[in-house]
Design a protein around this ligand. Sequence first.
Ligand code: NAP
Length: 280
Amino acid sequence: MILLDGKALAAKIKAETRQKAEQMARRPGLAVILVGEDPASRVYVNGKRRDCAECGFYSEEYTLPETVCQAQLLELIEGLNERGDIDGILVQLPLPGHLNEQEVINAIDPEKDVDCFHPVNVGKLMIGREGFLPCTPAGVMALLDEYHIDPAGKRAVVVGRSNIVGKPQAILLLQRDATVTICHSRTPGLAEICRQADILVSAVGRRGLITADMAKEGAVVIDVAMNRNEEGKLCGDVDFDAVALKASYITPVPGGVGPMTRAVLMKNTLYSAQRRQNLK
Ligand code: NAP
């Protein structure tokens, strides 16, 4: 069994990104908006700030009160859309319940939508046009590539069908010629389907969901989830110790997909800056 080391690959991608950013006339700029003080969101936003510093990017952070109204948030986004020094705009999700998340995403200029959540970018992804790539699923593909795991002709099973992970993951695997099955909470016979997977991606958020009997001998197992165990430690969906005995490759949690998501965000911001400076 070989561990898919996302931490190491993310560090490599960030170093390459920094090198490219340093050659630019104007360094890439990312604006991150956080509404409220959800502790998990705060951790993610702090991480993004550190990543920007590591890559030599300019970054701005807006922390808005939990009670901010939709119009104020949209006004902030519209201002950032107009800014020449900002290449990426990211609104940390989830937003408090009184805000309309889809309307907020729609307000971001698709050219600055480094999360790849805007319908225009999701549409481009669907039809295979060049553009931003969704951070987590693209991070998974980069990990597969790094270890020379070619999805072509393989059976891939994606567990989870969210707009940010499961669905785009399935599309990216399909574009690389895998035969893809998407499973969700209403899928009967989940274990049986997972057992057929050469590449098994779990993106559910339920600790212990993927047990050893659900993995095929020699499968590549990717655990996207971030859960906490009883001791408060980070863990995924996969029963790691047992599944690792059957897998050919497996991601650890932490240190697998998580760092890759962050690295792709930096890559997307660089790409946006290059495009906006007519370098791409
Ligand atoms: P989500 O929006 O809650 O989606 C979860 C999906 O899992 C849904 O499609 C749901 O099905 C499905 N599901 C729930 N219970 C199931 C079951 N028993 N069997 C099969 N499928 C089941 O979550 P998400 O945003 O995609 O995130 C998924 C996990 O990945 C979370 O742990 C999250 O923290 C993590 N995550 C990690 C990263 C990273 O960088 N590593 C990035 C994003 C998310 P229905 O559609 O039928 O409800």
